[in-house]
Design a protein around this ligand. Sequence first.
Ligand SMILES: O=C(O)Cc1cc(O)ccc1O
Ligand SMILES: [Fe+2]
Length: 438
Amino acid sequence: MQETALQPGYMSGFGNGFETEALPGALPVGRNSPQKCPYGLYAEQLSGSPFTAPRTTNERSWLYRIRPTVSHWSEFRKADIGLWRTAPAPEVEVPIGPMRWDPIPLPEGQVSFLEGIRTITTAGDAATQAGMGTHVYLITRSMVDEYFYNADGEMLFVAQQGSIRLWTEFGIIDIEPGEIAVIPRGMKIRVELHDGPARGYICENYGGAFTLPERGPIGANCLANPRDFLTPVAAYEDKDAPSKLYVKWGGSLWVADIEHSPLDVVAWHGNYAPYKYDLRRYSPVGPVLYDHADPSIFTVLTSPSETPGTANVDFVIFPDRWLVAENTFRPPWYHMNVMSEFMGLIYGVYDAKTGGGFVPGGMSLHNTMLPHGPDVDAFEKASNVELKPHKLEGTMAFMFETRFPQRVTAFAAQTESLQKDYGAYGRKLNKHFNPNKR
Ligand SMILES: O=C(O)Cc1cc(O)ccc1O
Ligand SMILES: [Fe+2]
């Protein structure tokens, strides 16, 4: 490994055509496939979209690597996929009611990224490139001489506890709680524990690649600003060692013995690349006079479907912000939604659930067309509080919202972390109706 490659360095921008080289002159100039590449490297294209996709959604990168991926290939055998599930996964009947979980505890023993995935829900069908899986990751040891890529979807990491280092083919990404990272489909990684143990959430997106939502009348600024997205500079390993390459393909995990690190990309250029983003940089826009707006105003990233305005997945956050609306019930309203809502809490308190039970590291599921809203504590407080400007501080909840109903896995339905009494929270709401008093 190069001395200079040990600390992550980043380039700013979303979806840019980046170019970066870990050795001077490693990138061919003016062409993608010279007869011989500099330093004896191999050229390889990684296509994240069909070749013919329109320019706005066309994604590919050119990698200049010590060995092409095909030479990392050898006899694959089935590996134990543990508790990772892929849609469709009809393991249990999905309850017709809200579900909520306490944090899944970190295991006592040594658990790598691949061993510590716990799928909570699946939606759609990975084989048709539609839907998503939601997972919790639990990591107590780094991957050593173990590498992985996911052919079934891109992975959005949401760090909740501890920090991890994602060694990718494209360079190094560090994330800590409050930050996210996106690893596009097909990109090789090794996940290292930086400051652990680590827990977080993953949205495995089988559909259209995450992109920034349109801003419409908001204009050219606010929400997630493109300059705050960071893509790593090239960094490579020239390492010969008995290693394992794991591939998730078609919902199964496969493994092959390889003799060298596949993170051997010395230079690359293109717009198909991993990135990170600090959620605390999000610039929220909201109601400045009255009413509570739809949560789509807080969309960080969206995975579009073929139907305009109907997301395969929206990644939405509920960050620190001022509440100023006059004569308004300020928390989320009671509602039913054709989209299904998986929520997690990174830190702090979520304003619709102030009565306890939705804690950092926990999660909830409000499925397609199932009613939900503030708990009794949040309702009573927000209905009676003096409506001064009020700042929600030290809070970061998020939602993976998909057009598809979500199925829970057998693990999620049977874990001790499942709260047995959550389904009844709505029944605690008091009757206030009085026909004699307006
Ligand atoms: O249900 C939830 O808590 C998420 C949510 C938040 C909000 O402000 C409006 C609608 C919505 O689904
Ligand atoms: Fe909701």
